[in-house]
Design a protein. Structure first.
Lengths: 608, 248
């Protein structure tokens, strides 16, 4: 069915100039219920940016509370209404904000926003396909995500507030509506939103995987694919295998909440009264949750690995160092991500022997991660580096990944984790290694592929300002948190002023909050740059970065079907930068070896 | 060798692109990956079953002296021993064995429908699809009866420590053993039943399409094949559910 679609549009392109898009589509088909992968990618991007600002704003609110615990925030009353009482933030609302910040950032921004945008946009363009395997399912994927977004957004405005049990929604807290405000209807909506979100992920996931397997253009073998596609492919597989487990866990939780079952509940007293539930186990939920939850952090970070590899190689004008090692380490990380989930549960009273097995497996992840870092550094080494905004964010990504990854080795040790568990040390670790780093990956992607998305360039100078402010702010926020965490400062506490041992950290907390506000403010520079450049940016050429991959052989604003003529065939890997003897410092994948006889290596002579 | 023309052919091995490396259309691949994903959903539920059961004590006494108690996990043969129309008789697992046979039979007729599709034999596809729909519906009907019996309970019921008697089971009270036993029974067989029901709906849809000649005009019966994959998967899952709930 979709192949019939495509041939129609190809004909249209033959008849018209390649720059205009006179399809017989109306506005709704073209921009709202579009089945074109590029439009769907942009829809995900806009939703992701919107959610990122909401999630970021929530973090500023609770940073205000943490930085200035004695202050009154009457000026926030117009926005927060009943959640401010006599100028003080409601403690239950504080918990809800923390929960929503986590949920929004992990799932709605860095999973759907990041994967949805770049998988949809780049997979067909980089493998040489007219569109995704099923445009219709792709559209459904976005609209399920949209529905999930609407429901989660509505939950922000409930009387009892949104979900408040943390983004991990551990029962029994999340299973008992009478436990806290945040376990009432806000929690129900959270679960419904997540169930729809998982359906969206599933529809997208099968599409991404089948597209990469079946729709690669002639010559695009698995080892000629850009690393972006490799990382997207493996991420999609991770999502496909881990999200269903969360789906099961969430369904069981819904039954515990609403229908009186006892899957996760046993022997509970609330306000002196015993509940009827017996036999269940809350630890069971943690196992199910983290079986998703751990692959999930790789679902967040792997796409950035791919995009950063691509951007670093392009802008260092050097082949990526260790292409096959990069693929191997992606495979290794993907595989290991399924067998380390219990390192989130070292303090649940698990058998110490089991703990040391999971510790061992966890520490092994350092090996493929280090392979990747060394390969990035080796690619940069003596490169002819062009510091584009995307390149700045890529290098920033590598820096953050190292800084955050090192503390991962510390936390992976079960004996150390018992001390550091649920402190700000953990917060610092995962915000650097998967939060800020994945955001940097996302910025890398937006700055680098903006010309192909909107046919215009983003402003480089504003990009630099955005980069430096963000980069500095991220370190100023999260570096001090390591010290707080080592001192035992617990996460998710509304108020810490009553604890004498933490009173000396008042200034440090205020400092972190100021840095967070600066960092959040810097994102408005990006927002302005983004929106302004869509309409007023400098027009982009077909291949502004002199890059090798297939998407740069399409017109500046690719239409339906991506290539006006035939789909190009592929002859070489995507990283022939600065090849000795070549006329230019890049050779696109579409150039056969017979045309580059001066630069061919001995073993490539046979390919002429 | 060096013809130096851009028309030279790129590599054309199995995985070199421009073809279907797994010899399957994208639709069929999608179904396979969906089933892989769904296998993890069921896998998680069955692990929940295993762990929950492991947390409860087994019955260690003489099987003949077995009574229902919340103290221990019940022996399956003592729970599933009823048969429609044969009230009061002890027929362990007879009914569920019949259900399983019917579902496996529906898989056989599904295979025959797919095979008829390969032959482009519209009449045979219709015939075997209809049989599959029939067997699938009978399975659902059997499940409804089993649920009804499970909910209303048998004549003995369970005597609680305070002397009161309870009959049947729902999500909070369970005459057969710990409440979790009934919770898991309802949830997992219900989740599987929902899958069977979706499968029957899909079968009815492709049956209507077949009758209208949609696939014949299209030139292939691949949609029958895809739904067939789903149907076999649902059967396979039942084998595991059956093993966990009724045999072990």
């Amino acid at each position: 069915m979709s192949s019939a679609d495509i041939s129609i549009h190809k004909d249209v392109h033959h008849a018209h100039d390649e720059h205009d898009h006179h399809h017989d589509q109306n506005f709704f088909e073209k921009y709202i219920f579009s089945q074109d992968h590029k439009v769907i990618g942009k829809q995900f991007l806009f939703m992701g940016i919107l959610w990122a600002f909401i999630g970021g704003f929530l973090s500023i609110l609770f940073r205000l509370q943490l930085g200035w615990p004695e202050a009154t925030f009457t000026f926030l009353e117009p926005i927060l209404g009943g959640w401010i009482e006599n100028g003080k933030l409601n403690p239950e609302f504080y918990l809800a904000m923390v929960t929503m910040h986590g949920t929004i950032m992990v799932f709605f921004v860095l999973t759907a926003g990041l994967s949805g945008t770049f998988f949809n946009f780049l997979i067909p363009l980089q493998i040489g396909a007219r569109d995704m395997a099923s445009g219709f399912m792709n559209m459904l994927s976005f609209w399920f995500f949209f529905l999930a977004s609407v429901i989660l957004f509505i939950s922000l405005f409930l009387d009892s507030g949104p979900a408040g049990g943390g983004w991990t929604v551990y029962p029994p807290l999340s299973a008992l509506p009478q436990a806290i405000e945040g376990s009432k209807s806000g929690m129900t909506l959270w679960l419904i939103a997540m169930a729809l979100f998982i359906v969206s992920q599933l529809l997208g996931g099968v599409n991404y995987i089948t597209t990469v397997i079946n729709l690669r253009t002639k010559g695009m073998s698995m080892t000629k694919m850009p690393l972006t596609i490799w990382s997207f492919f493996l991420t999609a597989i991770l999502g496909l295998l881990s999200f269903p487990v969360l789906f099961s866990a969430a369904l069981l939780l819904i039954f515990d909440r609403s229908f009186g079952t006892s899957f996760y509940l046993s022997d509970i007293y609330i306000a002196g009264e015993a509940l009827a539930n017996t036999g269940g186990s809350p630890i069971l939920f943690q196992h199910l949750f983290w079986f998703l939850g751990h692959p999930e952090v790789y679902i967040v970070i792997l796409p950035s690995f791919g995009m950063v590899s691509e951007v670093i190689s392009t802008n260092a004008r050097k082949p990526i160092f260790g292409y096959r090692a990069m693929i191997g380490s992606l495979l290794g990380i993907a595989l290991l991500s399924f067998v380390v989930w219990a390192h989130h549960m070292f303090v649940t009273g698990m058998n110490p022997f089991l703990g040391s097995v999971f510790m061992f497996l966890t520490l092994i992840i350092a090996v493929p991660s280090a392979v990747k870092v060394f390969n990035w550094l080796a690619t940069l080494w003596r490169g002819n580096i062009r510091f584009t905004a995307a390149m700045m964010f890529s290098i920033g990504f590598v820096s953050l990944f190292i800084a955050g990854g090192l503390t991962g080795i510390i936390l992976g040790n079960s004996s150390l984790d018992i001390h550091l568990h649920d402190t700000y040390f953990v917060i610092a670790h995962f915000h650097l290694v998967m939060g800020a780093a994945a955001f940097f990956g996302m910025f890398t992607g937006v700055y680098h592929w903006f010309p192909k998305m909107f046919g215009r360039m983003m402003d480089e100078k504003l990009g630099y300002i955005h980069f430096w402010l963000t980069f500095v702010a991220v370190y100023l926020v999260f570096m001090p948190m390591h010290y707080l965490g080592i001192a035992g400062f617990p996460r998710r506490y509304y108020s810490w002023t009553t604890f004498d041992s933490f009173s000396m950290f008042g200034d440090l907390n205020a400092f972190i909050s100021i840095a967070a506000i600066i960092g959040f403010g810097a994102q408005f520079i990006f927002l302005f740059n983004f929106i302004y450049s869509i309409f007023k940016g400098r027009r982009a050429s077909m291949n502004p970065w002199h890059s090798n991959t297939l998407e740069w052989t399409t017109p500046p604003l690719p239409g339906h079907g991506n290539w006006p003529g035939e789909i190009p065939a592929v002859y070489r890997w995507p990283y022939d930068y600065s090849k000795p003897g070549a006329a230019e410092d890049y050779i696109p994948q579409t150039v056969p070896f017979s045309e580059t006889q001066s630069s061919n290596l001995p073993h490539e002579k046979d390919l002429e | 060798m060096s013809t130096s023309t851009t028309l030279e052919a790129p590599n054309s091995g199995t995985w070199d692109g421009g073809n279907e490396p797994l010899k399957a259309s994208y639709g069929k691949l999608m179904m396979w990956f969906f089933l892989l994903s769904d296998a993890f959903t069921f896998g998680a539920l069955l692990i929940v079953y295993g762990l929950s059961r492991h947390k409860h004590l087994p019955y260690t006494g003489d099987p003949d002296a077995f009574t229902f108690s919340t103290e221990w996990w019940p022996i399956p043969e003592k729970v599933y021993n009823a048969f429609p129309g044969l009230h009061g008789m002890d027929l362990p697992l007879a009914f569920v064995a019949l259900m399983t046979m019917i579902l496996i039979l529906s898989s056989v007729t599904m295979v025959l429908a797919v095979e008829a599709g390969h032959r482009m034999d519209k009449n045979d596809v219709q015939k075997w699809l209809l049989w599959t729909i029939l067997f699938g519906s009978i399975f659902l009907g059997c499940q409804a009866w089993e649920w009804a019996h499970f909910i209303s309970g048998d004549d003995t019921g369970m005597v609680l420590s305070d002397g009161t008697q309870i009959f049947g089971a729902n999500l909070t009270v369970n005459q057969y053993g710990p409440p979790l036993f009934a919770d898991l029974f309802f949830f997992i067989t219900g989740f599987h039943g929902t899958h069977v029901f979706s499968g029957v709906v899909l079968l009815v849809m492709i049956f209507i399409n077949t009758v209208n000649g949609v696939y014949h005009k299209r030139g292939h019966y691949e949609m029958v094949e895809k739904v067939g994959l789903y149907w076999h998967f649902v059967d396979l899952v039942w084998v595991f559910v059956f093993t966990f709930f009724y045999l072990i």
